[in-house]
Design a binder for this molecule. Structure first.
Ligand SMILES: [Zn+2]
Ligand SMILES: [Zn+2]
Ligand SMILES: [Zn+2]
Ligand SMILES: [Zn+2]
Length: 831
């Protein structure tokens, strides 16, 4: 996903292996990135480009006139099955056209220029407007069932403006009134109801409408409005989820987007790092930074296909559920007019993305999917800096290649005195200079200069990796050249970028290519995964599972200053593209602020053993971790974690030893080889996997049976806090919840919680998610006191990591107020 697709990757690696040794040597020994780029790109042959084009065409991202009908029928089918989420997404795939005036012509002119080679059969035949209005209306119905009333209203308006048939009007007007009632907008609801009543008397075309049921629904709605108006209580204004919700204690003057509780330092060993300038309490926000650049992860790409029959797929991926610009979750996406890939939450996001980068990226959709997310980010970064600003990029390139006096590897660094400024020894004298990425006054900001200063680790990447990245970038550059920047930069500056037709890259494009190559190499160590918690429910929106999913990959220049630890003292959470780093524990003055490099599963001490972590950190990030956790585990000072421990099959005491394990209880002679237990564990894992498959297929009774078998087996040789036992209990809890047996579900979930607590700690974010699930189970089982106390605990733990605007916390607050309404409040003495 980050790197190019397997076919292109292996093609390039084979190409590399067939190169004469002397040519390999020129790439391997090239001293600067621009040499690497120039040597490699001269090796990109026309037949390589042909091969790449063929691959790219497999990712069909063009428009197709047959698609709307196909997706609408699929959507209708899902709607009948009451799978409203998937139905809404499928309706969205029917390629609604944008209504932004003047935009179509613009997009079309852009396409005619480039479609010949890259965009397969872009069709501009539009579905007739009635068809389109029906699609919007259908989607509004799905959204209504999902309780997304605001979005539903928007789709109703869209349906009406696209010529929704007169005879069906009552249907959507009723839906509109229902939404308004649900949202507490009672006056508008009354207005809609009376409009509807008027249209009945006025329009004879509505005569054939099954008016009886409409009349009944109308009466019912009017009653609802009346009831709501009678409620003396006013509805709490919807809590706006503003980004301003998180506030840093005090803005840092040397370091943008950071609180004044931290300061930027540097030393020869650690490079740049952050330390606490005062005592920091758990939950305190330390950094709040919007991604300088981010690209949505496409999710698992379907296998490459070239035949017409299979190009429409009804799978729902992240690319269908999240805005491609701001990453907000949405079921009612607004698709790009030019491609079927980019989708946005709103017209505003669509226009912004178009203006900033998408007008260049749009015709390259298939190519960018083939080249991978890192290459895509590299391109987008340079687009954000601006075509006209090649000189800026060149200046930065020159500074870096001119010599690396500023690089942290330089041993002349002595120390940092003021935040942002460091001292070096030069000709025997101590000179104060800014830390790399800082401006002359030592201020570090979240800007392109800071992005550029992130280390590409050129010397650590293997020659074939550099070759692979360089060829991806040069293929992209050639395509950009071929497309000519005419339509992209509509201004005076375009002339300087208009590439020559000669096979050699024009100098400006080379500057770009070198910058993109640098970014691609930087990303391996500096990419930040933007994650979200995705919930899976059993029925009626009850959450029984949650997992962290990677939504996008981004660059955050300030977050990148934090060093890694396998036992970090901070947590990171995301709202839209904004990352917030919070202290997850007390941090003393002068202590370093560290986080876990979290390309999930992150090298965290509760997720993997020391050997695996160290290996991962060395191969991906090029360093040997010396964090306290690695130090104690590496020296055998830490006991084997309980979540991996075996127990005695006859007396359940913990087993001890390495290759041969023996029972730890005196008087028990039980002993067994570790590899025997390991293979039993492997079999068990397979059985649990089968049970989880049954569960996800909705085969509840067989799943419970299978899980109970696994549980008996697990208890005979695994410690009570073993991770696999936790998974089994969690599965049982899910199955019971799906059957509506809340009490049993809660018991199983509490067992699973004990395992999570042993593994991740009582105030870990993992514990927070589990407590959230438990609160929902108690809530649904009307176990009021248990639910209230669990909600309280969950809120405490989650707000520490995710802050007050987290989705789960908002949900907990709603549950709490609902429960408090249920419980009779003691009546005080009347005065
Ligand atoms: Zn958006
Ligand atoms: Zn597009
Ligand atoms: Zn470590
Ligand atoms: Zn024993």
């Amino acid at each position: 996903m980050d790197l190019p697709v397997a076919e292109w990757k292996s093609y390039l690696l084979q190409k590399w292996s067939l190169l004469p040794k002397s040519i390999q040597a020129t790439v391997s020994t090239a001293e600067t990135l621009s040499d690497v780029f120039l040597h490699s790109s001269s090796l990109l042959q026309p037949e390589d480009e042909v091969f790449l084009k063929r691959l790219s065409k497999g990712y069909f991202v063009g428009k197709d006139s047959g698609a709307p009908l196909f997706y609408r029928e699929e959507g209708n089918e899902k709607f009948q099955e009451k799978d409203y989420t998937v139905a809404a997404v499928l309706y969205s795939k029917t390629e609604f056209r944008s209504c932004y005036p003047g935009w179509n012509a613009m997009a079309r002119s852009r396409f005619t220029a480039t479609s010949a080679s890259w965009v397969q059969g872009v069709s501009h035949s539009r579905p007739n407007t009635e068809d389109m209005s029906l699609c919007y209306a259908n989607r509004s119905a799905a959204l209504f069932h999902l309780g997304q009333y605001e979005t539903c209203l928007k789709d109703i308006i869209r349906a009406q403006t696209h010529g929704y048939p007169e005879r069906l009007q009552p249907k959507i007007m009723l839906r509109k009134a229902e939404c308004l009632v649900a949202l507490g907008r009672l006056q508008e609801a009354r207005q809609t109801i009376s409009d509807l009543e008027r249209s009945f008397t006025a329009s004879p075309t509505l005569a054939d409408f099954p008016s009886q049921s409409v009349q009944r629904n109308l009466r019912h709605l009017k009653m609802k409005v009346q009831e709501k108006e009678d409620l003396t209580e006013t509805f709490p204004a919807a809590l706006a989820k503003t980004l301003e919700g998180v506030d840093l204690r005090e803005e840092n003057k040397q370091l943008s987007n950071a609180s004044s509780s931290v300061s930027l330092c540097m030393d020869p060993v650690k490079g740049r790092y952050l330390v606490a300038t005062r005592e920091i309490l758990p939950g305190e926000p330390l950094v709040k930074e919007d991604a300088f650049v981010s690209v949505l992860n496409p999710g698992e790409l379907p296998p490459l296909h070239h035949s017409l029959g299979s190009k429409w797929n009804t799978r729902v991926t992240n690319a269908d559920l999240y805005c491609h610009r701001c990453l907000r979750h949405t079921l009612a996406t607004v698709p790009c007019d030019g491609c079927s890939y980019a989708k946005y939450c709103s017209q505003e996001c669509l226009q912004q993305a178009w203006g900033l980068y998408h007008r260049t990226e749009c015709p390259l959709g298939g190519l960018l999917l083939t080249l991978g997310v890192f290459c895509h980010i590299a391109l987008r970064l340079t687009l954000l800096v601006g075509f006209e600003d090649v000189s800026k990029i060149r200046k930065l390139c020159d500074e870096v290649s001119n010599k690396d006096i500023c690089l942290p590897e330089s041993s002349s660094w002595v120390k940092t005195r003021n935040s942002g400024l460091g001292e070096i020894e030069k000709n025997g004298k101590i000179v104060e200079i800014p830390i790399p990425g800082c401006d002359v006054n030592g201020k570090y900001e979240s800007n392109y200069q800071a992005v550029f200063s992130l280390l590409p680790h050129t010397e650590n990447h293997s020659p074939e990796h550099k070759f692979l990245c360089a060829l991806c970038v040069s293929a992209l550059c050639r395509q950009l050249e071929a497309a000519s920047f005419q339509a992209v930069t509509t201004g005076a500056n375009s002339s300087q970028l208009k590439a020559a037709a000669a096979p050699e890259l024009c100098p400006d494009v080379t500057v770009w290519g070198v910058a993109m190559l640098r970014h691609m190499l930087q990303l391996q160590c500096n990419a930040q995964a933007i994650t979200t918690i995705q919930h899976t429910g059993c029925k009626e929106g009850i959450v029984t599972g949650s997992r962290q999913v990677r939504l996008a990959t981004g660059i955050f220049p300030v977050v990148s200053l934090l060093n890694h630890s396998c036992s970090p003292n901070t947590s990171v959470s995301f709202i839209s593209t904004v990352a917030t780093i919070r202290a997850s524990q007390r941090i003393g003055k002068g202590q370093e602020i560290v986080h876990c490099y979290d390309l999930s599963p992150g090298p965290h001490k509760s997720r993997m053993g020391v050997a695996e972590r160290q290996q991962k950190l060395r191969s991906q990030y090029f360093f040997d971790c010396t964090c306290p956790a690695c130090h104690s585990e590496g020296h055998g000072m830490a006991a084997r974690p309980r979540w991996e421990a075996f127990c005695c099959s006859s007396c359940r005491a913990p087993m001890q030893g390495d290759d041969v394990l023996s029972c730890g209880r005196r008087g028990c002679a039980e002993s067994v080889r570790r590899d025997h237990l390991a293979s039993r564990l492997q079999d068990l894992r397979q059985q649990v996997g089968m049970a989880q498959k049954l569960l996800s297929d909705g085969e509840l009774e067989p799943a419970i049976q299978q899980l109970s078998g696994c549980q008996r087996d697990a208890e005979s040789f695994l410690s009570a806090e073993h991770a696999v036992l936790g998974e089994i209990e969690d599965g049982l809890a899910q199955a019971c919840a799906a059957l509506g047996d809340w009490q049993k579900s809660a018991t199983h979930l509490q067992n699973s919680l004990r395992v999570v607590e042993a593994r991740h700690g009582p105030s870990s974010v993992e514990m927070g998610h589990e407590l959230f699930k438990l609160a929902q189970i108690f809530f649904n089982g009307f176990a009021v006191p248990e639910a209230l106390s669990t909600i309280q605990k969950a809120e405490e733990v989650l707000s520490l990591h995710c802050g007050p605007w987290d989705d789960e916390i908002q949900e907990l607050k709603k549950m709490k107020s609902c429960l408090l309404d249920l419980t009779p409040t003691p009546v005080g003495p009347s005065v």
